[in-house]
Design a protein around this ligand. Structure first.
Ligand SMILES: Cc1cc2nc3c(=O)[nH]c(=O)nc-3n(C[C@H](O)[C@H](O)[C@H](O)COP(=O)(O)O)c2cc1C
Length: 210
């Protein structure tokens, strides 16, 4: 496929901006799925001539970065959904703004976009099983991932995990399609601080406690 065709397909999918002049500087995606990380690359937003490293080497390098494990949830008119993620970052404190990267292969994207809100629930070291549940590793999907007693709400209506070390209740202000992922930018409307203690971290493809 020529670059122009690649761009057409990408734009049809997500209506991304047309300016690709700085694409190499902006290409920085994190996909922590060990085996199928590039499976969504058919709709990647990048010219074919972009020079980068082998994705296998990139994923191996990224596995060396320890990262906190979160369950990002949404709730609203489109229903509830939640996904285990490490791709969360602070963007600004004026106003408090964060970003979350979600693979577009996840069916939850439609629910996140429609609701326009989410909550980042940072997990404690004891909640490894919840991380696996929301990563789809147990075969449970959708609403069934939410045990009734474990969840409450703050201001946006997104599910807040009662045992979360910290919960960031957020309203989406922008969504950018970059490579295989949607990057959700959001303003933090409320924060709930849970009990202090060790957090769950993903490092070298294993859960660890920090
Ligand atoms: C430790 C860990 C970190 C993950 N980080 C991300 C991430 O940052 N973004 C992402 O899209 N998927 C990430 N995943 C994969 C998703 O949790 C998984 O694909 C999930 O099942 C997608 O949601 P779905 O089942 O509703 O499609 C991660 C999985 C694990 C186990």
């Amino acid at each position: 496929m020529r670059p122009a065709q690649a761009l057409c397909r990408a734009q049809a999918f997500e209506k991304v901006p047309h300016d690709f002049s700085n694409i190499r500087n902006r290409m920085s995606w994190i996909d922590q799925r060990p085996d199928d990380a590039m499976a969504g690359a058919f709709d990647a937003v990048a010219p074919e001539s972009a020079q980068t490293v082998d994705p296998v080497i990139f994923r191996e390098a990224m596995s060396r970065l320890g990262a906190a494990v979160h369950v990002v949830t949404t709730g609203g008119t489109a229903g509830r959904a939640g996904v285990t993620v490490t791709a969360v970052a602070s963007v600004s404190d004026q106003p408090p703004t964060i970003l979350v990267c979600l693979n577009r292969r996840s069916g939850s994207n439609t629910i996140f976009r429609t609701n326009g809100v989410f909550c980042v629930n940072t997990l404690g070291a004891a909640d490894e099983q919840l991380a696996d549940l929301f990563a789809g590793r147990t075969g449970v999907a959708g609403e069934e991932r939410f045990a009734p007693d474990d969840w409450s709400k703050l201001t946006t209506g997104a599910p807040v995990f009662n045992r979360a070390v910290i919960a960031f209740d957020c309203r989406v202000i922008d969504v950018k399609a970059v490579a295989t992922h949607n990057v959700y930018f959001a303003t933090v409307e409320a924060i709930r601080t849970g009990p202090s203690g060790p957090v769950l971290v993903y490092h070298e493809r294993a859960y660890k406690s920090v």
